[in-house]
Design a protein around this ligand. Structure first.
Ligand code: ADP
Ligand code: MG
Length: 239
């Protein structure tokens, strides 16, 4: 299996110093090139699960492996795209995207070549020299996606990346993300609290239950991609 989570348990301590079980015995398997969505209500542990896969935090129990390697630290191979683009305001679009490559000691010329290629994929070729404050919210998220893709990640992790955008921009970005996915065959794990968004994007949907954070069920959605939610999904998740 390309990516596997086995028996993941994660606890936090709350303000009253009480232990809070956030993820309880999570198992999940993802194949290379799959587009998996994780849905569930706010607070059910979606972000926590994603950050464990990113290596930003460690599980208390269980094992996470990507391509047979245990994950125990963050890596540019497993970048997260957050709800806030988090771009460097003092760098241009191109510089924001080459930043990670230059840190990895790639030559400036090669880094810029690669950055221009991914910026073209997100339709920002005309904005390479713009600064973040000159961009709309949707454009900033495109830069954030380009910045992640340029690292050729083994898995692209997305934490509600479009939640702050208006409906129309979100629809456009859904289409673009699906194009990118088909073109690059990158493995994507997409977290959202919006079941409709999950259905529009992916064939495999992991539904998390509220508390403790468990996987309630796994749905394989028939490919619709037209935004129409199959009745079966409504039935399964709104109980
Ligand atoms: P979701 O992304 O599904 O909204 P989170 O993974 O952010 O949920 O959080 C799950 C639960 O864990 C929440 O109850 C949250 O308050 C708690 N939690 C998350 N991170 C921490 C932390 N660093 N310390 C304490 N509690 C946390
Ligand atoms: Mg979250």
């Amino acid at each position: 299996m390309y990516l596997s989570l086995e028996g993941i348990e994660k606890n936090f301590t709350n303000k009253q110093n009480k232990r809070l079980l956030v993820l309880d015995n999570i198992d999940l398997e993802v194949e290379k090139g799959e587009f998996v969505s994780i849905v569930g209500p706010s607070g059910c542990g979606k972000s926590t699960l994603l950050y464990l896969i990113a290596g930003l935090d460690k599980p208390d129990k269980g094992n996470i492996e990507v391509q047979g390697k245990k994950i125990d630290k963050p890596s540019p191979e497993r970048v997260v795209v957050f709800q806030e683009a988090g771009l460097f305001p003092w760098l241009t679009v191109l510089e924001n995207v080459t930043y990670g490559l230059l840190l990895k000691k790639m030559s400036k010329q090669e880094a810029e070549e690669r950055a221009r290629k991914v910026l073209k994929m997100v339709h920002l070729s005309r904005y390479v020299d713009s600064y973040p404050h000159q961009l709309s919210g949707g454009m900033k998220q495109r830069v954030s996606i380009a910045r992640a893709l340029v690292m050729e990640p083994e898995v692209l992790l997305m934490d509600e990346p479009f939640s702050a955008l208006d409906e129309q921009t979100r629809m456009v970005l859904h289409r673009e993300l699906l194009e990118i996915w088909r073109e690059t065959k990158v493995t994507i794990i997409f977290v959202t609290h919006n079941i409709r968004e999950a259905v529009q994007l992916s064939e495999k949907i992991v539904v998390m239950a509220t508390r403790p954070g468990r996987i309630k069920e796994l749905i394989n959605v028939p490919v619709t991609k037209d935004g129409i939610m199959p009745d079966s999904v409504t039935l399964h998740t709104e109980q």
